[in-house]
Write a protein that binds this ligand. Sequence first.
Ligand SMILES: Nc1ncnc2c1ncn2[C@@H]1O[C@H](COP(=O)(O)OP(=O)(O)OP(=O)(O)O)[C@@H](O)[C@H]1O
Ligand SMILES: [Mg+2]
Length: 326
Amino acid sequence: MSARPEHVEAASLEPGLARDVDYAIDVQGLSKSFGINQVVRKLSMRVKRGQIYGFLGPNGSGKTTTIRMLCGLLTPDEGRGTCLGMDILTQGRAIRRHVGYMTQKFSLYADLSVRENLEFIARIYGVPDAEAAAAEAIVSLGLEGRERQLAGDLSGGWKQRLALGACILPKPQLLLLDEPTAGVDPKARREFWAQIHDLAGAGVTVLVSTHYMDEAERCHEIAYIAYGELLAQGTVEEVIAGSALHMWRVTGPDPAALARELMEVPGIELVAPFGTSVHVGGRDRTALELAIARFAAREELVWRPDSPNLEDVFIDLINRSRDNFR
Ligand SMILES: Nc1ncnc2c1ncn2[C@@H]1O[C@H](COP(=O)(O)OP(=O)(O)OP(=O)(O)O)[C@@H](O)[C@H]1O
Ligand SMILES: [Mg+2]
């Protein structure tokens, strides 16, 4: 019997897959419905090996469903593609052997200790010396002193660290991390991201879903999905440049009231209060400038041209996608 890993065999069995070698994920036209609800629509994405790919979108937009299709846990109704060079339709089991999937909900055993959880995962994945691997993970995760604590009693940040540790224990080539930092404090998030970058530096590909804009900016590339449709993808700079939004920032008394007033003005498509100022934007530059000119007599307001940020772009995308969807 060959000792080669399964994905190498898969690639050599199907010559057509050889071109996919640079992509950890390469899928085309994935769709999925639950009952009458189509929750993922003709989604295509490519993630280069060793990249950190951010997956963003509002609640219920289809991120988790997509992640589950990528590792063969859900079968798409339409579409095809590969994950680590293996077919997502037929080789799910083999794919999952090389993928670390951190689910959106804490999915370790709450009534097992930290050490027991890690040893258990190591055994399931057939890691040769499970005890030694768990002990090593405890040190590398900084969990010494907590190894006997029940996983269910850990704080949110430590639970997340343990879950990531369990994911990487079998040394996967691809990590699918579904909102791994939800509810985690900024220091723990920062440490988490340093670890993700170390893993990517070592060649691991990471697909991470998040609602945090600062985390999107830490990714090599991002994708934005709404109503099951992939609306933008590329580097953060590319996504912002692709938006064609023109922005102004206006400062004045009572920004909340000002924001409500601005929302009613034709030509202004985007209004977002930010602290003491309001971010105002639109895609039609002339219409936007005409709208702003209406406020010229209001001396208490100070207007400055501004650049769109990622949040502006996403809000604009979802506004337009909602209109199309209706
Ligand atoms: N097994 C299922 N059966 C029926 N509907 C489902 C199932 N799984 C997901 N859905 C629905 O599919 C849609 C997309 O859900 P999904 O979990 O993929 O979204 P998400 O982008 O991960 O959202 P969130 O940011 O809240 O995690 C939602 O409307 C959800 O209710
Ligand atoms: Mg989800």
